[in-house]
Design a protein around this ligand. Sequence first.
Ligand code: NAD
Length: 472
Amino acid sequence: KLAGLRICCIGAGYVGGPTMAMMALKCPEVVITIVDISVSRIAAWNSDVLPIYEPGLDKVVKACRGKNLFFSTEVDQGIRDADIIFVAVNTPTKKVGMGAGRAADLTYWELAARRIASVAETPKVVVEKSTVPINTAEAISAVLHGAGKTRFDVLSNPEFLAEGTAMTDLDNPDRVLIGGNMNESGKAAVAKLADVYAHWVPRERILTTNVWSSELSKLVANSFLAQRVSSINAVSAICEASGADVDEVARAVGMDSRIGSKFLKASVGFGGSCFQKDILNLVYLCQSMGLADVAEYFHSVVMMNDRQKERFVSRMIHGLFNTVTGKRIALLGFAFKKDTGDTRESASIEICRRLIEERASVCIYDPKVEADQIWMDLTAATKLDKTEVQKYVTLCDSAYEAASGAHALAIATEWDEFKTLDYGKIQEDMVKPSFVFDGRNVLDHDALRELGYIVYAIGKPLDPKLNTSINC
Ligand code: NAD
C-alpha cells in the first residue's frame, strides 16, 4: 500500500533522526530523506559516528542508510520529491521580544514552512513533529497557502519519545497521536499518515483528533510529567525536614493504581530540552488567554524545579562547613539524564554555575558528553569567557580522576557506571572527611557510610554528621 511513498523530514536532530530511522526500518518500501541546514550534522549522520547518542540508534541507521534512508543538505530537493513532509526543527523558548522567556520561538518553523511553500509543486501533507503552541498548524497553513502554489494539508503529530529510550519508545509507542482538519482532504491526510504508522503500531494505539487537541495534548503531557517530578521533589524537602524517606513515600503512594509508580523518583531536578520549555509555553498560552491563575499553577512546576537545584547546592555548601570556596568538588554526570549525551537544561549546568559563583574548583566527568559542549554550556550559563571558566572547572576522563583530591563527590546524572565505582579506592584519594551528595539517589548510602563517607541523599533521613542546622 505504501510502495512509492516518499517522505522528507526537515530537521535531523534528536527527534528527526531517530523517528525517521525507525520509520525507515519498519517501512522498507518507503523512501525517507532527512534534510537539515546544518552541514556538519548531516555529515555526521552519514559517518560512522552519529551526531547523537541513543541506545540502539546506530544499528537501525546502519541497517537502513543508503537503502531507504538518506541524509542530505538538499532541503529543496527533499521537499520537492516528497508526498509527506515532517517538520522536526527546534522550537526553543523565545529569548527576546514579546513573550521572551516563555513563548515558543517559531522562527525555524516559519522558515521551513516558507521554504516548503516556495519549492513545492505538487500537493503535500505537512506534518508538525516539533512541539508547538496550539494554533500553529493553522498559522502554518496560512503561510503555506498564502505563499505556495499547490495544496497543503497540515497535520499535528507530536512526538512522545524520551531521550535515552527513544528507539524502544518509537518501536513500541504508548500511542501515536495525529491531529487533522475535519474536511475531506484533512481526513484523507490523517488516514495516509495513520497507514504509515500502522505498519508497526497497532491501530487501536493510533489516535486521531482535531489539530488543537493534538497540539495541546503534547504540552499537557509534558507538563503533567514534569509536575509529578516537582511534586515528589517538593515531598523530598518535607522528608528531609521530618525524617521520612522519599523512596518509601513514593512507593506507598505509587502503589495506588489511580496514581501509578512511574515518574515518582526524587532527584536534583528535571532537565532536557522539553519539559521547561513546554510548560513555559503552556504558561504563556494561559496568560494570553487571560487565565492568570491557571498560568501560575503550571508555572510553579518550573519554580519548584529551580528551587530543587538550589536546595542541592545549599546542602553542599552547608555540609562542607559553610563554604566551598577553593574546595575541589567532583561532579559526576553532565548529561540531563543517563544514556544520552544531551545537556540541554541539564541540572548539572546550574549546579556548576552556582559552584563557580561560590569559587569552588569543579572537576567534571561524564561518559558521553563532549568537552566542547560542556564549555559552551558553562560559558553561556556563567556569561564568563572560556579561560575564566577554566580557572574553576577541569574536565576529567574518569570518575576516579575527578574524585582524586576532592572534598566531595556530587552525582548529578544517574549513569549506571556510577553505581559500580570502587568507592573504597576513591575515598583513599579524597580529602577527609569525604562527602557524597547523591542528587539521583542511585548509590548504596549505607555502604558508603560504612566506608566513612558523610552522605547526603535527596529526601532521605539526614546524616547526623552532616551540618543540618539550616533547613534547605
Ligand atoms: P534539535 O535541535 O536536536 O534538532 C533540530 C534540527 O533542525 C537541527 O539540526 C537544526 O539544524 C534543524 N533546522 C532548524 N531549522 C531548519 C530549517 N529551516 N531547515 C532545515 N533544518 C533546520 O531539536 P530536537 O530535540 O530534535 O527537537 C525538535 C522538536 O521536537 C522540538 O520542537 C522539540 O520540542 C520536539 N521534541 C523533542 C523531544 C526530545 O526528546 N528532544 C521529544 C519530543 C518532541
